[in-house]
Design a protein around this ligand. Structure first.
Ligand code: ZN
Length: 104
């Protein structure tokens, strides 16, 4: 497969969606890992960014969206609108670029 997803740590192909961890640095560069490689790198203290495709990150995003929505209704601040629109798009990009290509 020419467009296989490679692990940033061990440089081997990632086969299954449940084995995939996607992180980003400053919303620009996505890094992909095996779950085990990510955990090992974390333990070694390597700064890899926060995972974007885990259950806890999805819940965290849901909470952020609810808070942003509440504040937006209250303040109508345009920056909150950016969060409300941008966060789901960002999550969709992660899914589209990486998770979609792997079987679960
Ligand atoms: Zn790996």
């Amino acid at each position: 497969m020419p467009d296989s997803i490679k692990c940033y740590v061990c440089d081997k192909d990632i086969q299954a969606r449940k084995d995939l961890v996607v992180t980003n640095r400053a919303f620009t560069r996505f890094l992909t890992f095996h779950e085990d490689c990510y955990k090992k790198a974390l333990k070694a203290g390597t700064l890899l960014g926060r995972p974007a495709n885990t259950l806890s990150s999805d819940i965290g995003m849901g909470v952020i969206l609810l808070i942003a929505l509440a504040f937006y209704i209250y303040t109508r601040h345009p920056l909150l609108l950016l969060v409300l629109v941008g966060s789901p798009i960002y999550r969709f990009i992660v899914w589209w670029r990486f998770e979609r290509r792997l079987s679960s």
